[in-house]
Design a protein around this ligand. Structure first.
Ligand SMILES: NC(=O)c1ccc[n+]([C@@H]2O[C@H](COP(=O)([O-])OP(=O)(O)OC[C@H]3O[C@@H](n4cnc5c(N)ncnc54)[C@H](OP(=O)(O)O)[C@@H]3O)[C@@H](O)[C@H]2O)c1
Length: 279
């Protein structure tokens, strides 16, 4: 079968389409024939040996954390899954940057990491939204839940996670201002939850956000990090929540906690844990 592997860190040129073999599933595992895989920004971070990696990767490395498909073999031991089940997963048990391996036609995966797919959710939809949707769920259900009429600032509102956050926040009644990198993304973001958009590469997003929401936003959802997080304090109203969930432009610089005292703001950083055991 085919897989996409990397033998070294780098740009997309390091991706190689190669033949690989698959062992039988171990106890507790099933073999999934993958019909769709999800691509995430974290794949890029892992591919280029980015800031999430503390240790040297074991090459060859198969990227990816997310896919949907069909169970084709069940390993020894009890499991809730049978051959023919349609399934999806977001992660395979460890930290997402340590336990990759979705860029492949078939893989063995612990059955505890799988969810069964209802008939009305296509494989492509499940593979594209499970990880991003769970991340949005953590942000909204664990960090800050939008309230009706709350003005919100969502950075990179046309991104995978950002566009789900924007739609979810709007669904809960918030007024959503989204930053985006291009006019095409602005159009997409307005069709997916944003009331207003700011082209943050060509206009000062703080100035524009204060024009749109003079009293300041109730919360900021930020997956961009270095370029946006600290400046977003100037968009916030007193007691606002600033949630950083990603670092597409690089990690948020260290800051003095006394900075929060100016407005009594809350700042948090969050990460999806898979399996999602928060209790
Ligand atoms: N905390 C968690 O557990 C968790 C889980 C999933 C994802 N994440 C993080 O959430 C963020 C979004 O993930 P995603 O998969 O939804 O991303 P995505 O769809 O690939 O979108 C990332 C977007 O970030 C924006 N961006 C701003 N500065 C950038 C830069 N210097 N380089 C590249 N992109 C830049 C770009 O949008 P514009 O062109 O509009 O600026 C880009 O399209 C990422 O930082 C990711 O690592 C975190």
């Amino acid at each position: 079968m085919k897989a996409v592997l990397i033998e070294r860190h780098g740009g997309s040129e390091v991706l190689e389409y190669v033949d690989v073999e698959l062992q039988d599933p171990a106890p507790g595992e099933v073999t999934v024939r993958q019909t769709a895989i999800g691509v995430n920004f974290s794949d890029i971070n892992v591919r280029r040996g980015g800031f999430y990696l503390n240790n040297q990767s074991n090459f060859p490395l198969c990227l990816g954390n997310e896919a949907a498909g069909v169970v084709v073999k069940v390993g020894p031991g009890p499991t809730a899954f049978n051959e023919g089940d349609r399934v999806a997963y977001a992660g395979s048990g460890g930290l997402f940057f340590e336990n990759t391996g979705a860029y492949v036609e078939m893989r063995n995966i612990p059955s505890t990491c799988l969810v069964k797919l209802p008939d009305d959710i296509p494989d492509q939809v499940a593979a594209a939204m499970l990880l991003k949707g769970l991340t949005a769920s953590v942000v909204i259900n664990r960090n800050y839940k939008p309230k009706p009429y709350d003005p919100f600032l969502i950075h990179a509102a046309a991104s995978g996670v950002g566009s789900i956050l924007a739609q979810w926040s709007r669904h809960l009644g918030a007024r959503v201002v989204g930053t985006v990198g291009s006019p095409e993304k602005a159009e997409f973001a307005r069709a997916h939850g944003c009331d207003e958009t700011i082209l943050y590469r060509s206009e000062d997003f703080v100035h524009r956000c204060r024009q749109l929401v003079p009293d300041g936003v109730a919360a900021v959802f930020d997956g961009v990090g270095a370029d946006t997080f600290l400046r977003s304090f100037d968009c916030a109203r007193p007691f606002a929540a600033l949630v950083n969930y990603g670092n597409a432009s690089g990690p948020v610089p260290a800051f003095n906690i006394m900075m929060l005292a100016q407005k009594g703001c809350f700042a948090s950083q969050t990460r999806l844990r898979i399996p999602c055991r928060y209790a």
